[in-house]
Design a protein around this ligand. Structure first.
Ligand code: LMR
Length: 396
């Protein structure tokens, strides 16, 4: 029976780790998968998370199922972090939510929900967007369309063209927006541009679907939530897929949140029953461990402060690595203006070089990053930045 299936190529992002591991060059550099690394290229467990693990070990007395919606403490704590404590939708009991397996699981739950609401729903994604958005949305049976976003010539957002596209989006279509730290470009909307997106959403009646996986890595935890809070405060319906993979370093624990801001408590209850049924039909209930850790951290002022400081130091380190890379590129005589690297936000920078140049850096210098020219800034260190800059300059 399986003879009918073709062999598929490696995943454009995850496949890079396999290729990197197989490379025997001692000076190889991994800027592929979006995972935070420290100066020694390790991805350590956060100190706040390690302490929460100790607390959980003491307090967990059973491995019975957790409720269908997941850990309610985690859901409430994470929603308050995302939306802000006194958010009207929370006070008015208008937010349906389930803990889901990672940001990807959250995106899929919400996509399945959209399919249930409207089998012809069209989802608009930015051009470009996270590579996995496309198969994920299509696998849920939804129609996909793209809106103009990034301009490779200016290495920034072509906001006029984006506005022109959004102004043609139909009522009840879905527009997928990156809450902050756009993946793959690192080019984020300014607060004024978010204001404009809100105005268009109000005029056109489309529904924002916000993917937020890097909160705290751009300008700070509250600053990065500007668009998310603006849209959820001023629109009756918004979908949110959030992840704790990066900003709690809980990648392998698969901790995410699928939330829907609805217009009323009555609708909230209906939607809650629907997303729980979507989850039940897929995997019953989410894994417990990671959500329990986040719940412990967010509900303990001391641990929360420690976690906030850890996220902030990661943010500042990534920001300084941007400057370091730019300086080294210039020192090595780069013929291209790379000053945009320090304007982009979060974990990724889009170098705006060709796929052939990306391949050449990989083949000749064992530097691995996504074919679109997305590099993981956190993979840069003081010890590899010179090699990296020389490799990039050599293929320009
Ligand atoms: C990435 O974009 O590199 C990460 O979100 C990991 C993934 O699953 O693609």
């Amino acid at each position: 029976m399986f003879d009918v299936l073709p062999q598929l190529p490696a995943d454009p992002i995850l496949g890079l780790s396999t290729a990197f591991k197989a490379d025997t060059n001692p000076n190889k550099i991994d800027l592929g998968v979006g995972v935070y690394k420290d100066e020694q290229s390790n991805t350590p467990i956060f100190t706040s998370v390690a302490k929460a693990q100790g607390i959980l070990l003491e307090k967990e007395t059973s491995k019975t199922y957790i409720p269908p919606q997941g850990n309610q403490g985690y859901i409430d704590g994470f929603l308050s972090l995302l939306l802000g404590k006194g958010h009207t939708a929370l006070l008015e009991d208008r937010v349906a939510a389930v803990q889901a397996p990672g940001g990807t699981g959250s995106l899929r739950i919400l996509s399945d929900l959209l399919k249930r609401c409207n089998s012809n729903a069209k989802v608009w994604v930015s051009d470009p967007t996270w590579a996995n958005h496309i198969p994920l949305i299509q696998n849920a049976g939804l129609e996909l369309a793209t809106y103009t976003y990034f301009d490779k010539e200016t290495a920034g957002i072509n906001f006029d063209a984006m506005v022109a596209c959004l102004e043609k989006v139909d009522k009840d279509d879905i527009v997928l927006l990156h809450g902050c730290c756009h993946n793959p470009t690192g080019a984020d909307l300014t607060n004024e541009q978010w204001d404009k997106v809100l105005e268009i959403a109000q005029n056109r009646g489309f529904i924002p679907f916000i993917d937020v996986a890097y909160l705290g890595f751009g300008d700070g935890l509250d600053e990065d939530a500007y668009g998310l809070r603006l849209l959820t405060s001023n629109l009756p319906e918004v979908l949110i897929a959030a992840s704790c993979s990066k900003n709690f370093g809980l990648y392998r624990e698969r901790v995410g949140l699928a939330a829907i801001v609805t217009a009323s408590t009555v609708t909230r209850k209906v939607v809650q029953s629907q997303i729980q049924s979507v989850a039940r039909g897929n995997y019953s209930m989410p894994p417990s461990y990671g959500g329990a850790l986040v719940d412990i951290i967010l509900s303990n002022e001391v641990l929360k402060t420690e976690w906030v400081n850890e996220v902030e130091s990661m943010r500042l380190r990534m920001s300084s690595l941007r400057q370091l890379l730019l300086d080294k590129l210039n020192e090595n005589g780069a013929s291209k203006d790379f000053s945009f690297i320090t304007k982009q936000k979060g974990m990724f920078s889009f170098l705006c070089i060709t796929p052939e140049q990306v391949q050449a850096v990989r083949d000749k210098h064992s530097v691995y990053f996504v074919g679109s020219s997305r590099v993981n800034i956190a993979g840069i260190s003081k010890s590899n930045v010179d090699t990296l800059a020389k490799a990039l300059v050599s293929v320009l």
